[in-house]
Design a protein around this ligand. Sequence first.
Ligand SMILES: [Zn+2]
Ligand SMILES: [Zn+2]
Length: 466
Amino acid sequence: MSRKVRSRLDSRSRRDVLKAAGTAALATSASVVLGGSAPAAQQGAPAIRTNTQAGRRIRSFIKFDREIPSMQPVTLRALTGRMVAIRTEAAQTCYSSVGQVLMPSANAPQNIGVVGHGGVGIVEAIGPEVFAVQVGDRVVVNFHAACGWCYNCVKSRSDQCVNQGGGSQQIPAGDTADGRPVFSGTSGMTEVMIVNQEKCVPVFTDVSSVELSMLTCVGNAGLGLATTKCPVEIGSDVVVFGCGPVGLSAIQGARIKGAARIIAVEPIRYRRDLALKLGATDGVDPNQYTARSPIPGGAGISGDMFKDALVDHLREMCKGKTDRSFAGGGRVGPDHVIEAVGGDYGGVKPSEVSGPDPTGLTVLSQIWQLCSSTGTSVSCSIGYPAGSVVQISATNWADGAKHFWGGTCGGTNARRDVPRYVRLMEAGKLDMKSLAARTFPLAQTTEAYRVAMNRTVVATVVTPNA
Ligand SMILES: [Zn+2]
Ligand SMILES: [Zn+2]
């Protein structure tokens, strides 16, 4: 339905609407439902819901059982409840999906699902109970979005919502050619995303969808680490491990919050250079500082478990101008440390150079050791070998003043924060264009993930309807 038609409908009286629906005058809709329930009566919500999706054929990149995903025709079902149909304009290829896309899985997924971690697109149709978005809206569909009602959501940790997709994961969006139900979830690798409205953040901006697609998962994660839970103060020193899309977003978040020194630790040269362009003040190649050995007898009063060349080098860089403790001196280590590295998925070696430890576990130990005694370390990565254990100092863990935050999006609340990030992009303070380096058509989704895996560019984006 066009905006023009919608505005005509919205301006009509309730009696007119009932009459029109009763005489089936709106023959273009497969069904017309009067929105008289409490949510629908909210100001600005459309009075009419449309649903024209049943039987529509689209193409989606689908994961079956343990197989690597493939492009499949899908016949959509009618939208129900709070479901929204969105014509996908851009979807980023999150590195954490690389294993799922490029390698047969050890375990079958729960449902046959469309691949992806969110996307950006235009709302084409809405279910009968939708009130938050309208046809024609551009929306950012978030991988970490909130139902608003679960235990974690009401505790202001919507990034840990226990109702993934606001429940949309449980409802099939369509069927394959051989009649198997397809679950859309947070998928972006499809011509049309079918998600619950809780996943959608309407955005009213001229920023391109390719740039906005960085906010569906990776950008949110990095910005969340630096701006939500990590209390980066003006004039502080921040070390960021890893300069992929998450780390480069964290670096920008630290810059925006007023950090004085931002040290980017990254083995790939072009990523260190980009970090310097986006706000880092220094770049360090971890492969230059690989010496590391356990300290005999374990952690002493300092809490150090290892003699670690990289930690020593970074501490030296962050040393204050004076050691005089009565003159503000005495700091050991940076104020805040942000980890955005993770393990090489499935042990697959990228074509670009890797860091010293492909499991990513050493970095988790290093960020804790490196962080100053009153500082904060935050982490968000995945891809560690099953059963992994991280060694940290019990002394500092139990009796120290260090803080640690873990978790996927570092506390980002998509509905609150995506509009903030968009404003920063509009103001030229947040550069997502430099991160979204290459675009691919839907038919080349596998190749887009392969490039992401090899790290030859920072991030790749699939544009299914370009
Ligand atoms: Zn992701
Ligand atoms: Zn929730």
